[in-house]
Write a new protein. Structure first.
Length: 395
């Protein structure tokens, strides 16, 4: 039984009282744990109190994966247990892996983070109007000419998160590219388009070769695979209702990855250690670039003009596919993934090379993540209030 490096921690109120209401309260003080067995027991208690059907954890220290465990069910109705090789939806964790892959291309001189994307395309961006990636609504606004891969990866493009949030699904710029942070899946779609249309790359194959094969991830893909069906996790919404795991046929740099907790542990170990990247690009990946001062992460455009001093106090900023902030003694970075039935987050201590990876096929797992992260990494000062304002938005 291995001993964890733990400190007495502030644990989230809702994690302790089991209320079904959506809290927005500061955390009380609770007791730390001393071992992985104790951590697992505490996770099971928190899951029971919050009716979390399934979640999984991986803990990474330096070049080693120290702990992997799955809890609860992949499907409650069928009484199928969640296992470490169960296929789970990674959601927007895909963005961090995609950014890491792009940095490999930068190392090879295939693309430059600060070269305008217009220089990689044969035609002006608004002239591309066919298929799912229709950019014709940008016609007449030359702001697209300013876009660079760095802006797209740091969520500073000025584009909305998703086009279907826009009137008539028409994309537009909400601020001058490069001048603010507003989380944008469309920015990642656009960079994928540049790689495919401008560089002639197959993003699915590049992700497979440069990330999944490199880090030994046999149960991960950017696209649905038929062999996933035999060991698949279904999902559960906040009200407990069931959602079947969907088959994602479209390759999306923004969020189409299916994976397992075991594969994610290998990926985050490799990326934390900088495997496949130069030291310069590894440092660039998590470097704080775009200051964040909004009161919440979502809805991205609606909160643009808001201000909360707690973000600047921890130096919250956008990096390349990750968010960064200053913890008590060092810099941290994180990436989450969320939909109505999925709750994922990864947090890493940059200096001490420690990560905790959390995947949930029940979105209610997000209620207990602050407690778990604190038990593993200590008080990271992560802005939970910013990422999950409905849950932890209390001042």
């Amino acid at each position: 039984m291995k001993t964890l490096l733990l400190s007495a921690a502030a644990l989230i109120a809702h994690s302790l009282n089991g209320s079904a209401a959506m809290p927005a309260t500061p955390p009380p003080v609770a007791t730390a744990v001393s071992s992985y067995d104790a951590l697992d027991t505490r996770i099971e208690e928190l899951m029971a109190r919050n009716d979390v059907k399934g979640m999984a954890i991986a803990i990474i220290e330096g070049n080693e994966i120290r702990h992997i465990r799955a809890f609860g069910y992949a499907n409650v109705e069928d009484q199928r247990p969640l296992k470490t090789d169960t296929i789970m939806y990674a959601a927007s964790i895909t963005k961090a892996a995609f950014a890491y892959m792009v940095l490999q291309l930068v190392d090879e001189g295939r693309i430059d983070l600060d070269r305008p994307i217009r220089e990689y395309l044969a035609r002006p961006l608004p002239e591309y109007s066919g298929g799912e990636r229709d950019w014709s609504s940008l016609e007449g606004d030359d702001a697209w000419r300013l876009l660079t891969p760095r802006m797209l990866l740091t969520h500073s493009s000025g584009l909305a998160n998703l086009r279907w949030f826009e009137p008539d699904n028409d994309m537009s710029f909400h601020f001058k590219p490069g001048t603010a942070y507003a989380y944008s899946g469309e920015g990642f779609y656009l960079l994928q388009f540049v790689l495919e249309e401008g560089l002639g790359l197959d993003v699915k194959k590049e992700m497979q070769r440069r990330i999944y094969d490199r880090f030994g991830m046999p149960n991960t893909s950017m696209q649905w695979r038929d062999d996933f069906a035999s060991h698949l996790a279904d999902g559960y919404k906040f009200d407990g209702s069931f959602v079947p795991h969907d088959h994602r046929d479209n390759v999306s740099a923004s969020g189409s990855m299916d994976s397992t907790i075991a594969d994610q542990a290998r990926m985050w170990r490799g990326m934390m250690m900088g495997e496949g990247l130069s030291a310069e690009m590894r440092a660039e990946w998590t470097r704080p670039e775009v200051p964040i001062h909004t009161k919440s992460k979502f809805p991205t455009i609606e909160v643009l003009g808001t201000y909360d001093p707690r973000g600047p106090q921890v130096h919250l900023a956008g990096g390349l596919g990750v968010d960064t902030w200053r913890g008590p003694s060092s810099r941290f970075f994180a990436k989450g993934g969320h939909n109505d039935w999925t709750g994922n987050i990864v947090q890493c201590d940059e200096v001490n090379k420690r990560c905790v990876v959390l995947l949930g096929n029940d979105v209610r797992a997000e209620l207990i993540y602050p407690a778990i992260v604190t038990m593993v990494l200590g008080d990271t000062r992560y802005p939970w209030w910013w990422t999950y304002p409905e849950l932890f938005g209390g001042g």
